[in-house]
Design a protein around this ligand. Structure first.
Ligand code: AQP
Length: 355
């Protein structure tokens, strides 16, 4: 028996312009993890049709997220970059996980409640089952680590629950086939096939909030463009949005405790710290006691300095559609081979004949 090989997986939906929250909460971490891990990064197009089926621009959005991955510094040769629909094993494993997960688990997901809103009966079945597909995305590679923003924490807990139930339900069979990893669950030792994936949610910007309302997450689907900084915004747009960002009349505090009950101040300090790759404490040591009228221009300058090169590179890569498509095709082939190896064993465990 050996342990699971460390492997990073994460995905981003092609549902609109990427924003600073996606960049700081996810993509920048994807880039850093390449140094220490094998990584698989996916544009999760099948997820993007759960909330809204028809997207006129789905192919161009998929290419644009791919360009953002590459522009941020993801190496598609050393690692794997592809779009989910190219590897049908994701959907196949998701079906099996639909039979593992319980409806009650899905009904408790806050993202489902938020997105379905009051008219839950009218939400797509796909929206309810979204976390099961997300579990399949990760576990079809038996990935051990998943960098995400804080909003995905609950879905990752559910991924662990699905893996644990599958391992538990099929432990005997996994043992008989000799393809398991010995795992301790409570007082029991069992033969697990899927790892209990660890979320990687760290740093000062795990939940970047809207610039218009510090209690709401910065989101692609917020109708107000002023609520978010898009990765493609130019310097003027970034400066304008930060200037207009909601704040309170007090100066910045010098210590962390002073940010309590000041969500907008907390958000801007977190963004500054993440962009400057420092701690919130260090930002407050520098700006404590100063007004937002002094802090905001410094934040805008830093944001432009960090984001402008990514935006320029994204434009350059996006112009070469053949290159982007070649990256996705090659990544899809390599991901597909890995996913099929897992699914062969899953079919054997479950008892589904495939040859
Ligand atoms: N505001 C955020 N702060 C930090 N991380 C964030 N992420 C999203 N918003 C923030 C992280 O970005 C990754 C990709 O997200 P996604 O596009 O797959 O899904 P999402 O969380 O639904 O993103 P949006 O922007 O909020 O889209 P809509 O408006 O369509 O719902 C994930 O790791 C996520 O945690």
């Amino acid at each position: 028996m050996s342990s699971f090989k460390p492997l990073v997986f994460s995905g981003v939906q092609p549902t609109g312009n990427l924003h600073l929250g996606n960049y700081l909460g996810a993509i920048r971490k994807f880039v850093a993890l390449q140094e220490s891990h094998d990584c698989i990064y996916c544009v999760v197009d099948l997820h993007s049709i759960t909330a809204q089926l028809v997207h006129d621009d789905l192919p161009s959005q998929t290419r644009s997220i791919t360009a953002a991955f590459l522009a941020a510094g993801i190496d598609p040769e050393k690692h794997i970059v592809f779009n989910q629909a190219r590897v049908p094993q994701h959907a196949e494993l998701a079906w099996i996980f639909n039979c593992v997960a319980r409806i009650g688990w899905m009904n408790r997901m806050t993202q489902f409640k938020d997105k379905a809103g009051k008219d839950r009966e009218n939400a797509s079945l796909g929206l309810l089952a979204y976390p099961s597909l997300m579990a399949a995305d990760i576990l079809v590679y038996r990935a051990t680590h998943v960098p995400v923003g804080d909003d995905q924490k609950q879905h990752l807990e559910l991924t662990r629950d699905i893996a644990a139930k599958f391992n538990n339900d099929f432990s005997r069979r996994i043992g008989e086939l000799g393809i398991g990893v010995e795992m301790t669950m409570g007082d029991e030792t069992l033969n697990g096939f899927f790892p209990l994936t660890e979320p990687l949610i760290e740093g000062p910007a795990t939940r970047v909030m809207s610039l218009r309302d510090g209690t709401k997450k910065m989101s692609k689907s917020d109708p107000s463009d002023l609520s978010r900084i898009n990765l493609t915004d130019d310097a003027d747009a970034i400066a304008k949005k930060i200037k207009k960002a909601k704040t309170d009349p007090e100066p910045l505090p010098s210590e962390l405790a002073g940010l309590k009950d000041r969500p907008e101040a907390e958000n801007l300090v977190g963004i500054y710290a993440a962009l400057a790759e420092t701690s919130r404490e260090a930002v407050m040591a520098e700006f404590g006691g100063r007004q937002f009228s002094a802090f905001k221009p410094a934040l805008a300058e830093l944001a432009v300095e960090k984001l402008a090169p990514v935006a320029a590179e994204m434009r350059r890569i996006s112009a070469d559609r053949a290159y982007v498509d070649a990256v996705l095709r090659d990544g899809g082939e390599r991901a597909g081979a890995l996913a099929e190896a897992t699914m062969k064993q899953v079919r054997e465990i479950v008892g589904l004949l495939d040859d």
